[in-house]
Design a protein around this ligand. Structure first.
Ligand SMILES: O=C[C@H](O)[C@H](O)COP(=O)(O)O
Ligand SMILES: C=C(OP(=O)(O)O)C(=O)O
Length: 451
């Protein structure tokens, strides 16, 4: 049975608040933090609990094998990235990928951005050293500054308010774009306008867009012009990392009396914070949002089964998404046992592949990067495993941007290791640029069709 939590009022403290929480900032000014939390608690929700329920239903279709999840966006959003162009470019890339997957893969695509809340980063090391100077590591714009100065790296709780404001502005524009005409399927060419001539993936997309156009004209001529083509259902998601922030945005739903984290539609718990006895998993188990958990190569089937017991005791399709990030060299070896034992337990989780986080390496130039071929190979391995076991490869989770950055190597419009310095803009991990993202969408659509 699902645990009802409405009796546990915030005033009395939530259960997760007394448990150890990994990767939390050491806020130097606790009084300032308390004031910020009190203010955040008074702010309105960023999303409506009913929208979270809608996404849980859509993810239920993913878990049952009837839909595919496309989840993507920045590794780390930045406060100075909250501009119309950047948001539109990201959205445009996701819409193009969605069109490719829906049309070429012939599957309904659930679209979820790593957007409007992805401001906090778990890190491998607490400090960073440059030229003999050691400072606290950058933990995302919600915590401290990217600039390598002692002052910028001090965690500042005021940043949590800026995170809320940046998320609100971003979500507002995303909602305007997705419901106000920009995402109308008849705009399928317009999303490609600035792109088509310069890039092989843009040209390939244009061919597909022409086919979609013809299909739309045909339907129109038959008198069919569905409302569903005029807007796009698009959801927000981020890693629920900084529990002071997520807790302040956790509210009791007036309709049901249940708790929702209203900072985003879906939240996930990362590889570094998914300890079974830790605060993050306890938090995830108490909110009604659809929840993702990242599973790295060391995950045991027993851990996966305990996570299901904790977060999805009712075995509700859509409630829990396992986002696997094994690495291209390990996915074929580590994933089968997990999928097999979870399936045998009767749980119906959505299986999603994050082909980014297990494939990062440092280039000789010092840039953190990923090879497009490794990313692709991990997705291939993920599809192979699911094909072998007769289970559903439910989606992909990728770090991407709509801008022409040079952060990952390879792709159809090839980026070489020596090009990385040209436009390396990520605040943390390397993202696929627009052309690489579209390449990936075409290749995944082919894999899905073949499946
Ligand atoms: O995005 C994920 C993590 O925050 C990131 O991979 C950690 O990177 P680090 O090893 O540079 O700390
Ligand atoms: C930190 C992340 O991933 P992981 O927890 O899988 O390392 C992430 O997706 O930003």
């Amino acid at each position: 049975m699902r645990v009802t939590v409405n009796a546990e009022t915030h005033a009395g403290g939530y259960t997760w608040q007394s448990l150890p929480a990994a990767q939390q900032p050491e806020w130097p000014d606790r009084a300032a933090l308390r004031d910020v939390i009190a203010e955040l608690e008074s702010y309105p929700p960023l999303v409506f609990a009913g929208e979270c329920d809608a996404l849980r239903n859509r993810l239920g279709a993913v878990a049952r094998g009837e839909a595919f999840l496309l989840q993507g966006g920045d590794c780390a959003e930045a406060f100075d990235g909250v501009g119309a162009d950047q948001i539109r470019n990201k959205l445009k890339t996701l819409l193009q990928m969605g069109a490719v997957l829906t049309y070429a893969g012939s599957v309904p695509v659930v679209k979820v951005g790593r957007i409007a809340g992805q401001y906090s980063k778990p890190r491998s090391k607490p400090t960073e050293t440059r030229d003999g100077v050691t400072l606290p590591t950058y933990r995302g714009d919600s915590v401290n500054g990217f600039e390598f100065t002692a002052e910028a790296r001090i965690p500042d709780p005021q940043r949590l308010k800026r995170m809320y404001q940046a998320s609100a502005s971003t979500l507002n524009l995303v909602r305007a774009f997705t419901t106000g005409g920009y995402a109308d399927l008849r705009q399928v060419h317009a999303w490609n306008q600035d792109f088509v001539k310069s890039s092989p993936s843009g040209q390939r997309y244009e061919v597909l867009a022409r086919e979609i156009d013809r299909a739309l004209s045909f339907m129109n001529a038959c008198g069919v012009d569905p409302e569903e083509f005029k807007t796009v259902e698009f959801f927000s998601s981020h890693e629920a990392l900084i529990l002071d922030y997520e807790t302040a945005l956790t509210r009791t739903d007036s309709r049901t009396g249940e708790l929702y984290d209203v900072s985003g539609h879906m939240v996930w718990i990362g590889e570094r914070t998914r300890q079974l006895d830790g605060a993050h998993i306890e938090f995830a188990s108490k909110i009604r949002n659809p929840v993702g958990v990242k599973l790295g190569p060391t995950t045991t089937p027993e851990e996966a089964l305990t996570l299901i017991e904790r977060i999805d005791p009712d075995r509700e399709p859509g409630r829990l998404t396992f986002i696997t990030r094994m690495g291209a060299d390990k996915v074929r070896d580590r994933l089968p046992d997990l999928v097999e034992k979870v399936t045998a337990s009767g749980a119906q989780v959505a299986w999603v592949c994050d082909p980014m986080h297990g494939n990062t390496f440092e280039a000789a130039s010092g840039h953190k990067t990923r090879r497009f071929d490794d990313v692709l190979d991990e997705v291939k391995g993920f599809f192979e495993v699911h094909k072998e076991l007769g289970t559903h490869p439910g989606g992909i989770h990728v770090e991407l941007t709509g801008d022409d950055v040079t952060e990952c190597v390879g792709g159809g419009d090839e980026i070489f290791v020596d090009d990385l310095h040209q436009r390396y803009e990520t605040a943390c991990d390397p993202r696929l640029n627009r052309s690489q993202s579209l390449d990936l969408a075409f290749l995944v659509a082919e894999m899905y069709r073949d499946q």
